[in-house]
Design a protein around this ligand. Sequence first.
Ligand SMILES: Cc1cc2nc3c(=O)[nH]c(=O)nc-3n(C[C@H](O)[C@H](O)[C@H](O)COP(=O)(O)OP(=O)(O)OC[C@H]3O[C@@H](n4cnc5c(N)ncnc54)[C@H](O)[C@@H]3O)c2cc1C
Length: 466
Amino acid sequence: MKEKQQNILIIGAGLCGSLLALRLGQRGYNVTVYEMRPDLRKVDISAGRSINLAFSDRGNKAMKLVGIEDKVKALCIPMHGRMIHDKKGNTYLSNYSGREYEHINSISRGELNGLLLTEAEKHKNVSIYFNKKCKSVDFEKTTALFQDYKTKDEFVEDADIIIATDGAGSAMRKSYYLGKKFLFSFSQEYLTHGYKELSILPKENGDYKTYKNALHIWPRGSFMLIALPNLDGSFTVTLFLSYDEGEYNFNNLTTEEKVLEFFQKEFPDALALMPNLIDDFFENPTSPLGTVKCSPWHYKGNTLLMGDAAHAIVPFYGQGMNASFEDVVEFDKVLDKNLESWEATFDAYEKTRKKDTDAIADLAIDNFHEMKDHVANPMFQEKRKLEMALEKAFPDQYSSKYSLVTFNEDIGYREAMLKGRAQDKAILNLLTDGIITLDDDLKTTLKKVKQETEAILEDDRIAGLK
Ligand SMILES: Cc1cc2nc3c(=O)[nH]c(=O)nc-3n(C[C@H](O)[C@H](O)[C@H](O)COP(=O)(O)OP(=O)(O)OC[C@H]3O[C@@H](n4cnc5c(N)ncnc54)[C@H](O)[C@@H]3O)c2cc1C
C-alpha cells in the first residue's frame, strides 16, 4: 500500500500541519496543504495568540527527525527554571532540573511556523495554499470543501487521504461529530479561567528589563501571571485569571483604574516594568482555555485528526506544541512499519498515541494548580529542592515528574505521568511524616524514595490504575 504517488491533503498549516507536510514531503508523498489564514511569513497575524511558546525535548526530537535542529536552536532562548516572584517583589529561581544541561526554551510561534513552512516548500512534491478555509469534510468520499477568503469561491478537493491539523476548533472534527455516521466520542472542557497576553517591552538600549533565561511566574493562589522572553529583548506576559470568580476577574476588570489597582496590589514589580499595561490589556483579547478529547481520531483509512485537532490541552505544562510535534514522530514510526493499508496505519497510530495524549491533557491540568498555587507552598519548595539535589547527585538514577515529562522524550507521557505522580506522592508522604529531610544522606533518601514509589505503583497496579 501507500505508493509514494499517493496524494495527501493536509488541512491547516500551523505548527503540526507544516511539520507533517515537511516530513511527508521528505518521505516522497504528494502533499497539498490548505491554510485558512494568510502566509504568516508575509503578514503579522500573531497579536494576542501565544506569541511565544515553551519548546522542549519532545519537540526537538521532531526537529531532529526532519533535520532542522540547528536552525530551530537559533530561534531558542534557554530558560533554566522558574523565576518565582512573591507579592513583595522577592524573587526565587527554581531550576527545572538538577542536570545542568537540561532546560526548556522560549521560541516564537511565528518564526518557528515560518521556518517549518519554508522547509516544507523546499520539496517539489509539497504545495501550500493560504487563505483557503475548510468548511467541512466528507470523510466517506475523502473530499473537503474549502472557501477562498478573497474571492469567496467554494471548491472541493479530493485526495487519497486527508489529515486535519486545523487546531482546537477543527472543521473535520466537527464534520465527524455532526455527520453521525459512526460512533464518535467528543468532549470539550473549559477551565473557569481565561488568558490575556500582555508585554514587557525592552529597555531603550534593547536589553531585557528582567532576568532573561527563566520562565517568570507570579503565583497568586487562584490566578497567576507568567512571562517568557523574546529574542528582541521583550517578554510576552500572560495573565491567567477567572472569568467571574474572586475579587478581581476578567468580567470586572473593565476600567483602567481597576486594572491598575489589581496589578498594584498583586504584581507591583511586574507593573513597574509594564508602562504599556493599560493599552495591552484593553487591546488584546481574553481567550478561553480548554481540553478537547475525542475518539476515534480516524475514519477508516480515509481521514485522520492530528495535533490540537485531536487533543487540545491547557498550556500549563508547555507541552501542546511539543505533543503535536511528537504526533508526527510517532506517525512516522508507524509509517516505517509499512502496514498493509492506511486504515491499519491510522489504527496502529491511534492505539499507541491516544493513551499518551490523554495523559498529557491530565498532567497539564495538574500543572495549572501547581503553577498558580503550589510553587509558593513551602512543602512543595522543599520537595523541589530535594528533587534537584537527587537529580544532581544521581543524574542517571532519578528524574522528577517534570523531568520525565519534559526531558525524557524516549518514554511516553503516560509512563511519565504514572511514575511521576507516584514519586510526587512518595516524597510528599516521606517529608510530611519526617521520614526524610533535606539534611539526610542523599543516597539513603534516594533508596527510601524509590521504595515508597514502588509501593505506591504496586498499590496502583492492584487498584487497576496501571
Ligand atoms: C496561551 C497558550 C499558550 C501555549 N503555550 C504553549 C507552550 O508554551 N508550549 C507548547 O508546547 N504548547 C503551548 N501551547 C499549545 C500550542 O499552541 C498548540 O498545542 C499548538 O499550536 C498545536 O498545533 P496545531 O498545529 O495542532 O494547531 P494550531 O497551531 O492551532 O494550528 C492550526 C492551523 O490550522 C489553521 N486552521 C484552523 N481552522 C482551519 C480551517 N477550517 N481551514 C483551514 N485551516 C484552518 C489555523 O489557522 C492554524 O494555522 C499554548 C497554547 C495557548 C493557547
